[in-house]
Design a protein around this ligand. Structure first.
Ligand code: AMP
Ligand code: MG
Length: 393
């Protein structure tokens, strides 16, 4: 049995980014940059007004002193105006600052009399002026290789006039559920049967990670049928198999994969839930064998499959993992076992509270949970203690 840390390291070591591709900005949302991207333009690109008001020279303007309003500088064009002592220029938000001006007085802070103003305040140099390059300097890195492209990233890229960027490609994923006892949603379970629920959950988790599900199949615990189904699944960048991963008389996945020439890199991980987890590879892609118990399938997906999918998509560094939040534990928890235990729970302002049954077959509590807490073997954690939990939306 391998530790979850070593298993993850082995998986991330083996899985490599897919080739990158160029996409229009919106298509890059929630994908990962395949390049470092640097600013071509400073932001703001020129000194401009932060307010509707009057551009003045701070030195020659003071409260109560009349200034002649010379002309108007709107946003959207540079009229190349020049301010002389004793003058003010009517200006609007976003308009370029005229030569000779070094401050803007808000229109609320002046009294306007015909073509003159009387400021009610003393203008301070640089006041209400957005300086060129004060937000972003030309040449500054705006997106790092492997970073997630978020809506606000798209905003900064557009501010640079970039219409397309290079991102990691989307992995094509096949999902195969196994088990004689499982009935599709279109069927009616007889006594002894249950609805097949892992494939929809894994499908959704895969899509949420940003990968594309191209094949979903169910297969009975029949070695010959399973071999054929696995072979179809192995034609993709990633194959995720649920169930049949243990050593029971009806667990045919591992021998099936081996008989198809797949390499089994690891099998059985020291975590609870999720022990009978497998990772391997075929000629064209990676294979994850997840335990059939729903909670185990969920946890092993988040711990192993998700980071691997993200790496294939060019994610790097912290982007590979779920965000961690430090919070207070609301009750005592302990792990008497010799495997790391992942508790699912509810993260709220009050802290993290384990929720529902924590056995690997249980599903309802998981459906209400939004965070995972790892408890190391033999560890005891006390209510009020600060812990780091992994969070999913
Ligand atoms: P297995 O890993 O195949 O031994 O399955 C372990 C447990 O998970 C059994 O109780 C199965 O009925 C259940 N199980 C396996 N696959 C699924 C699935 N796709 N949907 C719901 N439950 C499943
Ligand atoms: Mg089974």
């Amino acid at each position: 049995m391998i530790s979850e840390k070593d298993a993850l390291a082995a998986i991330l070591n083996k899985v490599q980014p897919l080739p990158s591709c160029s996409t229009p900005l919106l298509g890059a949302l929630d994908r990962f940059s395949a390049r470092d991207i640097f600013a071509r333009l400073p932001l703001p690109p020129f000194d401009n007004s932060a307010m509707d008001g009057y551009a003045v020279a701070a030195e020659s303007s003071s409260a109560g002193k009349r200034l002649r309003v010379k002309s108007e500088q709107p946003a959207g064009e540079d009229r190349n105006l020049e301010l002389k002592p004793g003058e003010a220029i009517r200006i609007f938000t976003g308009a370029p600052i005229p030569a000779g001006a070094d401050a803007v007085i808000m229109q609320e802070d002046v009294e306007r009399l015909g073509n003159e103003i009387i400021p009610k305040v003393n203008a301070q140099p640089h006041e209400f002026i957005r300086r060129k390059g004060s937000d972003l300097a030309e040449g500054q890195k705006i997106v790092g290789l492997g970073e997630r492209i978020r809506p606000q990233t798209l905003g900064v890229l557009a501010s640079q006039g970039l219409a397309e960027i290079e991102v990691g490609d989307v992995p094509r994923v096949a999902i195969i559920s196994t088990g004689n006892e499982l009935v599709p949603l279109s069927g009616t379970p007889k006594r002894g049967q249950i609805y097949e629920s892992n494939s929809i959950m894994l499908h959704a988790l895969t899509e949420k990670a940003g990968a594309a599900v191209v094949l979903v199949e169910h297969c009975a615990d029949d070695p010959a049928a399973l071999k054929q189904t696995l072979q179809r699944g192995m034609q993709n960048d990633v194959l995720i198999v649920s169930g049949g991963m243990s050593v029971g008389d009806h667990d045919f996945v591992k021998p099936g994969l081996s008989s198809l020439g797949a390499a089994i890199d690891l099998w059985r991980v020291a975590m609870r839930p999720g022990k009978p987890c497998l990772f391997g590879g075929a000629a064209n892609g990676s294979i994850f064998g997840l335990p059939g118990n729903p909670l185990s399938a969920f946890c092993t997906f988040l711990k192993f499959v998700r980071p691997a999918l993200l790496k294939m998509m060019f994610a790097a560094g912290d982007e590979l993992f779920l965000p961690k939040v430090i919070c207070s534990l609301t009750c005592d928890v302990e792990n008497d076992g010799d495997r790391a235990h992942y508790l699912h729970g509810d993260l709220r302002v009050a802290g993290f509270t384990p929720i529902g049954r924590q056995e690997s077959h249980a599903l309802y509590g998981l459906s209400r949970a939004n965070a995972l807490l790892r408890i190391g073997p033999g560890a005891r954690l006390r209510a009020g203690e600060n812990v780091a939990v992994e969070v999913w939306a």
